[in-house]
Ligand binder design. Structure first.
Ligand SMILES: C[S@@+](CC[C@H](N)C(=O)[O-])C[C@H]1O[C@@H](n2cnc3c(N)ncnc32)[C@H](O)[C@@H]1O
Length: 252
């Protein structure tokens, strides 16, 4: 049996009782540490579930999927913990496909996710379009697809959740200010009329934590704003309902 268990957005308090029960039943427990930043205390988690918890980096999950997870799950109960919800903005559906192909039963235990927590910004979740991701700058790689995706959401009147890349293995994450800078750079390249210094954006950090921050501000002002530690995200609102407008006014 293979469990995919969501850790939720912030601390161990976000782990569900069902998740904890599955961990206690497990012979092997892994945590995937690369798709988001989390203030997880591994020792506290080990005490809670009464066994060793092994952190896996990207290669440990993607390249060594069969060796680390699927083979052991044929005879034992194996759990993989994932930050947020295990199936939101990750490629972990492929783990389920591969496990089922190998005859392994999979059970998913869901948890709080950026995709639902974004409702805290006052925008109706059913009015969001496709989720975009901005990547940290990489030598010779400057994709523009996020811009096209945000443009098609905006043209349809939909809000855009813009995830900001994390490379937790390297301790790097994109800040709100860097994300806005990248959006303005993309505007300079694509010229679709989406972003200027005057564009109003919602910026948020560490949703779900006691010290979470949410602000509705001009892009020009966000360029110099400090939102503290990760993770950060941005939202370009689409067509606003008057109740959403009222909510956003209070975030200025
Ligand atoms: C690749 S996604 C993984 C999402 C995760 N599986 C989930 O369900 O929330 C990670 C990105 O989501 C955003 N994010 C995740 N948690 C967040 C939080 N608590 N506050 C703000 N943004 C967050 C950040 O942009 C981060 O880089």
């Amino acid at each position: 049996m293979l469990y995919l268990i969501g850790l939720g957005l912030h601390s161990l308090d976000d782990l569900s009782l069902g998740g904890l029960k599955a961990l206690k039943e497990s012979d092997k427990v892994f945590v995937e540490s690369y798709t988001s930043f989390h203030t997880l205390d591994l020792k506290e988690l080990e005490q809670l579930c009464g066994k060793e918890v092994v952190a896996l980096e990207r290669a440990g999950v993607e390249e060594d999927l069969v060796k680390n997870l699927i083979e052991p799950a044929k005879t034992e109960t194996v759990s993989l913990l994932v930050f947020g919800d295990p199936l939101v903005a990750t490629t972990h559906a492929s783990i389920i496909t591969e496990a089922r192909k190998a005859g392994v039963d999979v059970h998913v235990i869901h948890a709080s996710s950026i995709v639902s927590a974004v409702g805290e910004c006052g925008l109706q979740v059913y009015k969001f379009g496709r989720v975009a991701t901005l990547n940290l700058p990489q030598e010779g790689y400057a994709p523009t697809s996020a811009y096209d995706l945000i443009k098609s959401n905006k043209d349809a009147g939909l809000h855009s959740l813009i995830l900001l890349d994390v490379k937790s293995e390297e301790g790097k994450y994109m800040t709100v200010a860097e994300g806005v800078k990248e959006l303005l750079r993309l505007e300079g390249e694509k010229r679709g009329g989406l972003f200027s210094h005057e564009t109003m954006l919602v910026a948020c950090a560490r949703l779900g934590a006691q010290d979470s921050v949410i602000r509705y501000a001009r892009a020009g002002d966000l360029l110099t704003a400090d939102f503290g530690g990760p993770p950060h995200a941005l939202i370009l609102p689409g067509k606003l309902h008057f109740t959403e407008e009222e909510f956003l006014e209070n975030l200025k």
